[in-house]
Design a protein around this ligand. Structure first.
Ligand SMILES: NC(=O)c1ccc[n+]([C@@H]2O[C@H](COP(=O)([O-])OP(=O)(O)OC[C@H]3O[C@@H](n4cnc5c(N)ncnc54)[C@H](O)[C@@H]3O)[C@@H](O)[C@H]2O)c1
Ligand SMILES: [Zn+2]
Ligand SMILES: [Zn+2]
Length: 346
């Protein structure tokens, strides 16, 4: 016996499968088999992310290529319904937020505490690993993080983008009194703005060409917003920190030029693979520039911030869809100007 459960779990489940670019269909697929250290989660909510949309339209992100049918979705939560033989059955019934990665635990990066950089990592919805647009998903027991009862299923799912924001602000070294410029008021930029405020930033300037997104940012954490088509972010006082959460090359270039000597730049947004950089400016100002690749050790803080009311993830959810409507959900972000975050409720 490799799996323990108090009720019988079905052998097959409904899943939304990306078959070819632009084509997702409902299929009956096997329920994931558990290893001895995993738990099986009955999925209650899954956020739709830009990377899901990108895989849906293009079939690849950089060198990650969808070569066989793939279940998308990596911002997920649910309840544990079965556990592997080495996991306590007392976990059955727990509501959990899924940290959607499985590092090898033995390479130099895992041992050094930077398991996001593990070359052997298996990440939900990064081909060929299946994600959570399905009735069930399997995850390592210690990556199924318990959430308090008063945290909603949707908020539990959105601990994932919140984790990106936490990892970003840690790297940006934002501290009390910092002046931060954030490009992009999508879910990531908005959450970076909120976490920057929790770190003590006093000027949190968010730029986005979309008026409804600027308005949302201003209501939820930004102290000031900028329309990058009209205002030049380099014209006023310079910033301690610039975070790009847009992936737009002009935003990256003007953002770097808006950072003061000794300041930091953190590139989170994924857009063009290469961007021309103002090298002499980076040298003359000794600007520290780095990227972000997902997160490590963020979930307990994310859950505490949401459970204590410091961060409101429910406010981000603008659209909800059933599992059979994943395609509509993947298309809605681009179509509806009011959309911030769509959630699939299987
Ligand atoms: N590095 C990582 O580990 C990681 C993890 C998650 C997401 N991401 C990336 O972070 C980015 C943000 O994610 P999201 O879900 O918020 O995406 P999103 O597409 O909802 O938001 C991006 C925002 O950038 C704005 N934008 C476009 N051009 C701009 C410009 N010139 N100046 C300022 N803003 C501009 C858009 O209007 C949009 O509101 C995406 O590129 C995503 O792929 C990276
Ligand atoms: Zn995501
Ligand atoms: Zn590893």
């Amino acid at each position: 016996m490799t799996t323990q459960s108090t009720t019988s779990t079905p052998r097959t489940m409904r899943a939304s499968v990306l078959v070819t670019p632009g084509n997702v269909e409902m299929q009956d697929v096997p329920v994931p088999a558990l290893t001895s250290t995993q738990v099986l989660v009955k999925i209650s909510a899954v956020g739709v992310c830009g990377s899901d949309t990108h895989f849906f339209h293009e079939g690849h992100i950089g060198d990650m290529i969808v070569k066989s049918p793939l279940i998308l979705g990596h911002e997920s939560a649910g309840s544990i319904v079965a556990v592997g033989v080495n996991v306590s059955t007392s976990r059955i019934g727990e509501r959990v937020s899924i940290e959607p990665q499985k590092p090898c635990r033995i390479c130099e990066y895992c041992k050094g505490g930077r398991y996001n950089l593990c070359p052997n990592i298996e990440f939900y919805a990064a081909p060929p690993i299946h994600g959570a647009f399905a009735e069930f998903a399997a995850i390592e027991s210690d990556f199924a993080h318990p959430v308090p009862d008063h945290v909603s299923d949707e908020a539990a799912a959105l601990m994932e983008p919140l984790s990106v924001a936490i990892a970003t602000c840690r790297k940006a070294a934002i501290k009390p009194g910092s002046r931060a410029l954030i490009a992009g008021a999508g879910p990531i930029g908005i959450l970076v703005a909120q976490i920057a405020g929790i770190h003590g930033a006093t000027d949190i300037t968010v730029s986005d060409p979309a008026p409804h997104r600027r308005e949302f940012a201003l209501r939820t954490g930004a102290t000031r917003t900028v329309d990058p088509r009209i205002e030049d972010v380099t014209s006023g006082p310079l910033f301690d920190v610039f975070v790009d959460a847009s992936g737009a090359p002009p935003a990256i270039q003007s953002g770097i030029a808006a950072v003061k000597p000794g300041g930091r730049v953190v590139l989170v947004g994924m857009g063009a693979d290469s961007v021309e950089l103002p090298v002499s400016l980076i040298q003359n100002r000794e600007i520290e520039l780095t990227g972000i690749f997902r997160y490590t050790n963020t979930w307990s803080l994310a859950i505490d911030l949401v459970a204590s009311g410091r961060v409101d993830l429910d406010a981000l959810v603008t659209h909800r869809f059933g599992l059979e409507d994943v395609k509509t959900a993947l298309l809605t972000g681009g179509d509806d100007p009011r959309a911030i975050k769509s959630v699939i409720v299987p």
